[in-house]
Design a protein around this ligand. Structure first.
Ligand code: C2E
Ligand code: MG
Ligand code: MG
Ligand code: MG
Length: 281
């Protein structure tokens, strides 16, 4: 630490950064108790089929009901949980809650809507993951095809043998696998082709040039159209993320994109509030 009266204090003491570090440290230490005390909640956001507005699936998004700081989004604690390893029990909690919730909404119906759960790369490297998924399905009664797991490009980039086996085992059980935020990482479709994937989730950044009818960027439109075609060629369904306007829906529909997710199609909500969102728009 800097001496309180020393000239060097300006170089060494950065109150804002220190406050941030203290908050990070406090949140990280409080996470195990939050998990045990059931302060980690799961909200759900609908994914809608663009052809008819019907439900394609729902994505499970974790929240932390913090006693003093209010409802915290994943950006304030998921990274910390990855660093500390807490992401493994946290992820298992979300998985189990999501399967139970989906069963209560959809029952066991292989061809019905699915619940989509985000997996951190650390979870993919956890040797118990496949057993955890199997147990979550068995305990909830959900059919494996009603569960989708979202993995990022970076998590599968240098696919080590264990991750490869894990993905094969999950796909073998019938669980759906999706690539999340496609286009933000460095993977390419040729590499993804070798993975047992079912869905590609196109990152919202690709939709910026499609926001309004009178300012459509033709290059963005072509780009999205090409990705959709390539994904279809590989047998993947495509969900576009960050759908915020009716113009985007119209263009995506024309480009044959399968589904969309975003504020225009339904915001993430508490399970109790989601009932009405599950109807077609
Ligand atoms: P994601 O998987 O890409 O999830 C979509 C994020 O986009 C969500 O943010 C959602 O609220 C937000 N979003 C929804 N509609 C729109 C829209 O129209 N425009 C824009 N710009 N954003 C929209 P959220 O809930 O804050 O989650 C952020 C990220 O945290 C997620 O991104 C996911 O990577 C991660 N995450 C969430 N839940 C979990 C979890 O249970 N486990 C793990 N490992 N990661 C999670
Ligand atoms: Mg996701
Ligand atoms: Mg995403
Ligand atoms: Mg995203």
């Amino acid at each position: 630490w800097a001496k309180a009266d020393g000239r060097s204090q300006w170089a060494l003491f950065e109150p804002e950064r220190d406050a941030r570090e203290i908050t990070r440290y406090r949140l990280s230490s409080a996470l195990p108790a939050a998990l045990a005390g059931e302060h980690l909640l799961v909200h759900y956001q609908p994914l809608r089929r663009l052809a008819d507005g019907r439900l394609h699936g729902v994505e499970a998004l974790v929240r932390w009901e913090h006693p003093r700081m209010g409802l915290l989004g994943p950006e304030s604690f998921v990274g910390l949980a990855e660093e500390s390893g807490m992401i493994v029990p946290l992820g298992r909690h979300v998985l189990r809650a999501a399967c139970r919730q989906a069963f209560s909404w959809f029952g066991a119906e292989a061809s019905g809507p699915f619940v989509s759960v985000n997996l951190a790369s650390r979870q993919l490297r956890d040797e118990h993951l496949v057993d955890d998924v199997r147990a979550a399905l068995a305990d909830s009664g959900l059919h494996p095809q009603q569960l989708q797991l979202e993995i990022t490009e970076s998590a599968v980039l240098g696919t080590d043998p264990l991750t490869g086996h894990t993905l094969d085992a999950l796909a073998g059980m019938g669980v759906r696998l999706a690539i999340d935020d496609f286009g933000t990482g460095y993977s390419n479709l040729a590499h993804l082709r070798r993975l047992p994937l079912d869905e590609l989730k196109l990152d919202g950044s690709f939709l910026r040039g499609l926001r309004s009818d009178d300012a459509v960027d033709p290059v963005d439109v072509q780009l999205v159209g090409s990705i959709v075609s390539l994904a279809h060629l590989l047998g993947l369904t495509v969900t576009a993320e960050g759908v915020e306007t009716p113009a985007q829906v119209a263009i995506l529909r024309e480009l044959d994109c399968d589904a969309g997710q975003g504020t225009h199609l339904g915001r993430p909500a508490d399970p109790a509030d989601l009932g009405r969102l599950l109807d077609p728009v």
